[in-house]
Design a binder for this molecule. Structure first.
Ligand SMILES: Cc1cc2nc3c(=O)[nH]c(=O)nc-3n(C[C@H](O)[C@H](O)[C@H](O)COP(=O)(O)OP(=O)(O)OC[C@H]3O[C@@H](n4cnc5c(N)ncnc54)[C@H](O)[C@@H]3O)c2cc1C
Length: 383
């Protein structure tokens, strides 16, 4: 895929399908050690390694641009991804280039910063090194900002039938599936098969499930309305299923009710208190009833990246690292875990996994590190 960026074009590679497997104990014996080699990075300044250039990591890197430190940003992709608009890529409203930006280009003006595209596989805490398949990078300060991944609640076999929506590869795969379903339905004489082709099921009625089902509703009821001769796109069946008694459980009930009404207007069938019991190539089983559907999208659960396993530290049930008041890992004042992969408790409640929290934590941790490097005082509590 080519990503337009001003006059330049840059190759974009999405490597999110590479499994995250290796831990510190498993890392290969023959690895290349990446000492601070760059001629442009001063060798004596503390080295800050940031893993993940999502909302948290990229913000931290930008905030360290003028700090007396050398920064290495590592991401398995070469692009920063604006996840909140992925559903628009999945429904053909936006192109991938509209929701991503090359990390290298974003940080190109920062002379103290280098970017490595690589999959991190672990952390050697004792020797202060970040581990990748073929290399290791030493750090004085480490910021882990590796986000979240889909969680199928122990049913990993469902992933092949119900992709999640966390990467460009997934979004374009879903887009292909949705558009092809309408195309194949147009040619399908069998009414039952046509019905299954035109049935779209979203599993999980959090923000992503609500946005996705609304967007498919818009596609079927507005965008495609005049484009077919043998099917009526309006007859597409869009089902949003949720195990809990209401949609958008993390939001105010009044707002959730309004969202439900808006979905109904777009022809979306909302089924609450309806746990999904099975997913296969023919559709889903919801609360004992089989719904034949050729497109099922997983919008239900996420778990943190394996950063907690890399560090061997305490995590919550979703695998998020429990961090202290300055967002550092207990007993490791130079290791910070921010954003979706961190569990930060404020006023007795964990902060939600949203972009603002990740960005603010990135800024806070960057200014804390910059102050420490400059020998200046800094507030020790993130708020
Ligand atoms: C479909 C969708 C819609 C959303 N809508 C909203 C919204 O409307 N509003 C809102 O506030 N939030 C929304 N969110 C949540 C928001 O996107 C996240 O809270 C935010 O991205 C978290 O930022 P982060 O920096 O922790 O992780 P991310 O932004 O996920 O970044 C993690 C980075 O780490 C990299 N990475 C992961 N593992 C490795 C590894 N092993 N090695 C190297 N690199 C690695 C990834 O490639 C990625 O670049 C949405 C999320 C999704 C998926």
């Amino acid at each position: 895929m080519r990503l337009q960026h001003g006059k330049d074009t840059q190759e974009v590679t999405d490597m999110q399908d590479i499994p995250e497997t290796k831990t510190a104990n498993e890392h290969p014996q023959t690895v290349q050690s990446v000492e601070p080699t760059s001629t442009s990075l001063p060798a004596l300044m503390p080295r800050v390694v940031i893993v993940g250039a999502g909302f948290g990591g990229l913000n931290a890197a930008k905030a360290l641009g003028d700090a007396p430190v050398q920064v290495t940003v590592i991401d398995r992709n070469n692009h920063h991804l604006f996840q909140p608009l992925l559903y628009q890529v999945a429904t053909a409203v936006l192109s991938p280039a509209d929701v991503s930006a090359p990390i290298r280009n974003v940080l190109s003006k920062q002379k103290n910063t280098e970017v490595l595209m690589s999959e991190v596989t672990g952390v050697d805490v004792e020797n202060q090194r970040v581990l990748m398949k073929d290399r290791e990078v030493p750090y004085d300060y480490l910021i882990l900002a590796t986000g979240a991944r889909d969680s199928y609640f122990g049913h990993n076999d469902w992933a092949q039938f119900a992709p999640g929506l966390k990467s460009i590869t997934q979004a374009t795969g879903i887009r292909r599936k949705i558009l092809l379903a309408f195309e194949v339905a147009e040619k399908e004489p069998d009414s039952e098969k046509r019905r299954a082709l035109l049935t779209f099921v979203m599993v999980g009625a959090g923000p992503t499930g609500v946005e996705m089902s609304g967007a498919i509703g818009g596609l079927a009821h507005k965008t495609l309305i005049d484009d077919f001769r043998h099917i009526n796109p309006k007859e597409a069946r869009i089902v949003l299923v949720e195990a809990l008694p209401r949609i958008l459980p993390a939001f105010d009930e009044g707002l959730a009710n309004k969202a439900r009404q808006a979905l109904n207007r777009l022809g979306v069938e909302v089924r609450t208190s309806s746990p999904v019991e099975a997913i296969d190539s023919e559709g889903v089983v919801v609360a004992g009833e089989r719904i034949a559907a050729k497109t099922v999208i997983w919008t239900a659960g996420v778990a943190a990246s394996p950063a907690g396993q890399w560090l061997g530290t305490e995590t919550d049930r979703a695998g998020r690292v429990k961090v202290g008041s300055d967002v550092s890992v207990p007993d490791h004042p130079n290791i910070f875990v921010i954003g979706d992969t961190s569990s930060f408790t404020q006023d007795g409640k964990p902060l939600p996994g949203v972009a603002q929290v990740a960005m603010q934590q990135g800024n806070f941790v960057a200014s804390l590190i910059a102050a420490r490097a400059a020998g200046k005082p800094h507030p020790q509590t993130f708020r």
